[in-house]
Design a binder for this molecule. Structure first.
Ligand code: 58G
Length: 234
C-alpha cells in the first residue's frame, strides 16, 4: 500500500511515520509513505496556501488550487487516482470496520486541513471521503491523518510481526480484551490470577472469555448490548 499525505507540516508527519513498527514496515518496503509540502504547489509570488472567506467571518481558508495541483502530481507519480480522504470533524467517524476496507486499497491520499478548513469546491471536485477520528476539533488535520495512516498500515499484511498480529474484528469479536499479565508473578503484593499459571488451556480460554464479557458489560454497555443481541442464548 502507498499512502500520500498532503500537509503544511511534512516533517511532523515524516517523523511520526519513521518510528517503531511503521518505520520498520517502510524500511522493509511493505508500505510506502510520502509526505508532501503543500506550499511547494503555491505558485504565486507569496506562496499563499490560505485566504479570507467570501461572505465574511474572521477565519482563513485553504485555497483550492495548490491542493488540486499537489493531488494531480501524486496521481502522475503513482500512475493512478488514489482514494482521496480529507480529515475533518464533519466526516464519518473512523471505525475498525472501515479501516479493514481501506487497507485493501493500493493508494490512498490524505489531506490535512488548517485554519477554518478548505474551500468547499476542492472538496466537491476531488475528495472521495471525509473522515473524522472523533467528535472534537483540532488545529490541524495532521494528527488525525497520522492516526488513520498508522491504524490502516497495521492491517497491511507484513507490517505486524506474527506475535503481535491483529484480531480480525475490532474489540475481539465485539467484546473488549481480557486482562493480561507479564512477569513477575507477584508485583507489589498483587498476584497473577491462578488459572493463568495452571497451564490448563481450556480453563484459561474459559476464564478469558468470562473476563471479556465482564469487562465489556462494565466499561462499554453499548458493545455489551450489541454482543447479547448477536450472540443470544450463548
Ligand atoms: C472545522 C474546524 C472544520 C479533523 C476545522 C474543519 C480535522 C478534527 C478532526 C477544520 C480537524 C477530526 C481545520 C483543522 C480540519 C479543519 C482541521 N479537527 N475530528 N481540524 O478528525
Amino acid at each position: 500500500m502507498r499512502i500520500d499525505i498532503i500537509t503544511l507540516f511534512p516533517e511532523m508527519c515524516e517523523a511520526v511515520m519513521s518510528e517503531s513498527i511503521i518505520g520498520r514496515a517502510r524500511a522493509k518496503g511493505v508500505i510506502e509513505v510520502n509526505c508532501h509540502q503543500l506550499r511547494d504547489f503555491a505558485f504565486d509570488k507569496h506562496k499563499r496556501v490560505d485566504d479570507t472567506t467570501y461572505g465574511g467571518g474572521m477565519g482563513m481558508l485553504m485555497k483550492a488550487e495548490p491542493i488540486a495541483l499537489c493531488f494531480e502530481d501524486i496521481c502522475k507519480k503513482t500512475g493512478s487516482r488514489p482514494h482521496f480522504i480529507y480529515m475533518s470533524p464533519k466526516g464519518r467517524t473512523l471505525t475498525q470496520q472501515r479501516l479493514t476496507e481501506l487497507a485493501q486499497m493500493e493508494n490512498i491520499t490524505i489531506l490535512c486541513g488548517h485554519y477554518e478548513g478548505v474551500d468547499q469546491r476542492l472538496i466537491d471536485e476531488f475528495i472521495d471521503e471525509e473522515i473524522s477520528i472523533g467528535d472534537y476539533v483540532l488545529t490541524g488535520g495532521e494528527l488525525p491523518a497520522l492516526v488513520l495512516a498508522d491504524s490502516v498500515s497495521r492491517l497491511v499484511p507484513g507490517v505486524l510481526s506474527d506475535d503481535i498480529c491483529f484480531s480480525e474484528e475490532s474489540h475481539f469479536g465485539g467484546l473488549l480484551e481480557y486482562p493480561q499479565y507479564t512477569k513477575p508473578s507477584v508485583w507489589r503484593e498483587r498476584e497473577v490470577p491462578e488459572v493463568l499459571m495452571s497451564g490448563h488451556h481450556a480453563n484459561i480460554e474459559k476464564w478469558r472469555h468470562e473476563k471479556s464479557i465482564e469487562e465489556t458489560k462494565l466499561k462499554r454497555p453499548d458493545l455489551y448490548e450489541k454482543y447479547l443481541a448477536e450472540n443470544g442464548g450463548k
